[in-house]
Design a protein around this ligand. Structure first.
Ligand code: FES
Ligand code: FES
Length: 150
């Protein structure tokens, strides 16, 4: 039995050291907001925060994150208040099918922490998540809205 610190809570799990973090989150801890897309760190659907940085959890062995602070989409809102990225997503009607959006939001939240007012070039460089519904323009507008909000 091993432990992970997820969304501020210490949780027990049992898995081989090389099991991807994504599978522990989804299958053992029931945190299914984090999605499986490609499994090879290309699409970003599985993005979570490890010690505040955006990481693709499908390609990260769970043994690499024991003792680190993991945040998933379920832990992004604080005390019942949505994160400013979540609010901007709602205000801009960003999601279509929604499948990629949790990973997209986590990637954007990490970007805004590092660069509170990102340029379009910053967004192009940092937000490489793939959206099969083509929400990229709405994503960009929502990022700028979130950056402009308090
Ligand atoms: S499922 Fe992890 S990057 Fe695609
Ligand atoms: S909203 Fe459907 S894949 Fe992005």
């Amino acid at each position: 039995m091993a432990q992970l610190n997820v969304n501020g809570t210490v949780l027990n799990f049992e898995a081989e050291d090389d099991t991807p973090l994504l599978w522990v989150l989804r299958e053992q801890l029931g945190l299914t907001g984090t999605k499986y897309g490609c499994g090879i760190a290309q699409c970003g659907a599985c993005t979570v925060h490890i010690d505040g940085e955006a990481v693709r959890s499908c390609s990260l062995p769970v043994s690499a994150v024991e003792g680190k602070a993991i945040t998933t989409i379920e832990g992004l809102a604080q005390n019942g208040v949505l994160h400013k990225v979540q609010k901007a997503w709602i205000d801009n009607d960003v999601p279509q099918c929604g499948y990629c959006q949790c990973g997209m939001i986590m990637a954007v939240a990490a970007l805004l922490k590092e660069k509170p007012k990102p340029t379009d070039a910053d967004i192009d460089t940092s937000i490489t998540n793939i959206c099969r519904c083509g929400t990229f323009q709405q994503v960009r507008e929502a990022i700028h809205m979130a950056a402009a909000s308090a």
